[in-house]
Each structure stands twice: as structure tokens, then as C-alpha cells.
Design a protein around this ligand. Structure first.
Ligand code: NAP
Ligand code: ZN
Length: 361
């Protein structure tokens, strides 16, 4: 068994300010990578720049990361890092800016490499040091080495074949204060999918399941909020962030499975947010799973049976406006891909996959 998660996790209110000296260990000049707006609105950008100023660290920003970031954006970010002579990267935001920041950190350490190298696998994994400040409660990117980018030439998304873990992550639920409930729901379902998919991966072991199952326990505490039965409070925000990071620690060991693979055309073709797209296939995936693991997950999550779980998921996701074409494209992409079809402890075969895609959601 092997558990590798080399990121220092600092969790707590105002942790960016409290531990500002952590930035000094990363370098002298930072490039801050964010999405277009939210980091400036939820206080995370201000916290980071205040901390950098306090430490006497120069910084510039690259605030151009779109949702589901593209290879092209990463290459622009790399140019910004080189131009500003940054020696470390700070990613702030949801999974999109965090993943882009990782890929920028990689490419900035290989200034002569072309965009092809991002998926070519011809680089070593050397990258500028990076800090992560998550502001959504879903991807766990702060605790994984994974960066998922959009590949327009293939009309889909995929992880780059390098592992770039942040050196340090600052996890503060306060950044969720003004997040719309739709974002909290969608990203919370993404974390749940990481937990469930990771549990059944061939690479899963007692260590990764420790992270997955404890993540599920923490996640479950906020079920009433996700169901709209009570208002969200500071403890819920902390719990949802923590669960997302624990789920990230689990997938950092195991990778993800069929629901993630099927989700990419839904996001690429139809713009359905990542968590919602993954969640669409999650009930069917759990239905296909072996009983023993299924029951451990359902009972840990406080569900009496599979149909209660499916009903819960439906309520959280609301309507998911899929099309036959996007479902077909996912099915065709996954059905003969051994990386996806043979990565779990159970095999669904073509017929089982068909049920997950078309019937069991
Ligand atoms: P996201 O794409 O990073 O952000 C979605 C939207 O939420 C953006 O409009 C963003 O605005 C906004 N936003 C972010 N934080 C906010 C806050 N605190 N308050 C209000 N609005 C906020 O969403 P995500 O679901 O976190 O990330 C999805 C990406 O992560 C996908 O590309 C997915 O494939 C990837 N992913 C990565 C991993 C991994 O291990 N690395 C795992 C799963 C998924 P701005 O654009 O203005 O910031
Ligand atoms: Zn995900």
C-alpha cells in the first residue's frame, strides 16, 4: 500500500493571513492565477495579496482562467509567469484556476516546451512551487497532483500526464459565504463522486478508503443544508471544504472512474457544470457496484437504501439537461477504453455501461 499526498494542509478561518510566512518558503516573486471574478469578490485575492505584501513578496496576476480551462489559457499563463519572472505560483479559486495554476507551474519550469508537451508526456514533472487556495467545495484539487484541461482539438477534457501537487494549501470555508447554492450543490456532488468512485477503484486500499469514508462522514453532516432543510452556517462551509479535501486525498491515490469519464461530453458539449455532469451518472454507477462496498458507503452516508440515495441525488442536481448526442458520445468514448472500463474492482461491460448512461440515473 502507498499513500502519497505531499501537500501541507492548513485549514481554518483566516489561515492565509495567519500562516503568511508559508509563502516566503516558496519564492520571492509570485504569479497569482485566478478566474475572472470570484476571487476578487469572496476575499481570497485580498487575503493572498495582503499576506504576500506582509512578507515583502512581489506579485503579478493572471486573472484569465475560464471554467474548464483550456490548453491555450495555460500557455498564456505560462507567458505571464515568464514575463513577470515569477518563481512560484499561487492558484486561487475553484478547480479550474487551481488546475490551470498547476499546468502553468509545470510549463513555466519548461520555458522551451510547446503546448504539445502538456499531453505528450515528454517532460519531467519539475514545476515551479505552488500554493493553492480553494474557493469551491468539490474538486479537492488542492490535495491532488491532477490537472484537468479542455482539449479543444479533441472536443473533450482530460488530465495531463504529470503530477503537480501544491506545496501548501490554505483551506478556509469563509470563501464560500457568498457562493450561490447552485455552486455549492454542484461542487458538493463532485466531492461525493470522488468518494464513491475512489472507493471502488482497483488502486483503492485501506489508506485511500480512510480518506474517502471519513470524507463521507464529514460531508454527511451538511446533508440537511444540501436538501434545503436549514440555512448553511460557518460549520457547514468548513465541513464541505474539509470533505472535498479528504475526497481529493482519496482520488490522489486512486484516480476517478466511469462517472467522471462519461461527464466530459456533457460539460464540453452542453456546458453542464462538472459536479452536476458527474452526478448524473453516480446513482447508476453505485447501483452497478458490489453489495458490500455499496452498503458501507450508503450506511456511512446515512442512506437506508439505494433508492433513497438516488432520490437525494436527484433533488440536489435538479434537472440535468442532457441530450442523446452527448450521452452517446460519452458511451462511445468510454466503452472500449480499458483505462476506464477496467479501473474498478468490478466490471460493468458494455451492457452495464449502457444502463449507467441511459437507464439508471
Ligand atoms: P470552477 O470551474 O473552478 O468555477 C465555477 C464557477 O464558480 C466560476 O464561475 C467561478 O468564478 C465561480 N466561483 C468559484 N469560487 C466561488 C466562490 N467562492 N463564490 C462564488 N463563485 C465562485 O468550478 P469547480 O467545480 O471548482 O472546478 C471544476 C474544474 O475542476 C473542472 O475543470 C474539473 O474537471 C476540474 N476537476 C479537477 C480535479 C482535480 O483533481 N484536479 C478533480 C475534479 C474536477 P470565477 O471564474 O470568476 O473564479
Ligand atoms: Zn470531479
Amino acid at each position: 500500500m502507498r499513500f502519497f499526498m505531499p501537500t501541507e494542509l492548513l485549514d481554518g478561518e483566516n489561515c492565509v493571513g495567519k500562516y503568511s510566512e508559508k509563502f516566503s518558503a516558496l519564492g520571492k516573486k509570485a504569479l497569482i492565477v485566478t478566474g475572472k471574478k470570484s476571487a476578487r469578490e469572496n476575499g481570497s485575492f485580498e487575503d493572498v495579496t495582503t499576506a504576500l505584501d506582509k512578507q515583502g513578496i512581489a506579485w503579478t496576476e493572471f486573472a484569465e482562467v475560464e471554467e474548464n480551462p483550456s490548453v491555450e489559457t495555460v500557455m498564456k499563463g505560462r507567458d505571464a509567469a515568464i514575463q513577470s519572472e515569477a518563481d512560484f505560483i499561487v492558484g486561487i479559486g475553484g478547480g479550474s484556476p487551481l488546475d490551470a495554476a498547476k499546468a502553468i507551474a509545470l510549463m513555466a519550469a519548461h520555458p522551451d516546451a510547446g503546448a504539445d508537451s502538456l499531453y505528450g508526456g515528454d517532460l519531467d514533472s519539475e514545476a515551479l512551487p505552488m500554493a493553492a487556495v480553494p474557493t469551491t467545495c468539490g474538486t479537492g484539487s488542492e490535495a491532488t497532483g491532477v490537472a484537468v484541461l479542455t482539449r479543444h482539438e479533441l472536443k473533450t477534457k482530460g488530465s495531463i500526464p504529470y503530477r503537480i501537487f501544491p506545496k501548501v494549501a490554505f483551506i478556509d470555508g469563509k470563501y464560500l459565504v457568498d457562493a450561490p447554492m447552485s455552486l455549492i450543490l454542484s461542487t458538493a456532488v463532485d466531492a461525493l463522486a470522488h468518494i464513491i468512485e475512489s472507493y471502488f477503484m482497483l488502486k483503492a486500499d485501506d489508506y485511500s478508503r480512510m480518506a474517502a469514508l471519513h470524507g463521507l462522514k464529514v460531508w454527511t453532516r451538511s446533508k440537511p443544508v444540501l436538501l434545503g432543510e436549514r440555512y448553511i452556517n460557518a460549520q457547514d462551509r468548513k465541513n464541505l471544504m474539509c470533505a472535498s479535501t479528504l475526497a481529493g486525498m482519496a482520488i490522489a491515490q486512486t484516480g476517478t472512474s466511469i462517472p467522471h469519464a462519461l461527464s466530459y461530453p456533457l460539460t464540453y458539449d452542453l456546458g453542464i457544470p462538472h459536479g452536476k455532469a458527474v452526478g448524473y451518472f453516480l446513482g447508476g454507477f453505485l447501483e452497478a457496484a458490489p453489495d458490500e462496498g455499496k452498503w458501507e458507503l450508503l450506511s456511512t452516508g446515512g442512506f437506508r437504501n439505494l433508492s433513497e440515495f438516488k432520490g437525494f441525488l436527484k433533488k440536489l442536481l435538479g434537472e440535468v439537461a442532457v441530450t442523446e448526442e452527448a450521452l452517446n458520445r460519452g458511451y462511445e468514448m468510454v466503452k472500449d477504453d480499458p483505462k476506464r472500463m477496467e479501473c474498478s474492482i468490478f466490471q460493468v461491460g458494455h451492457e452495464g455501461l449502457r444502463k449507467i448512461v441511459y437507464e439508471h440515473n
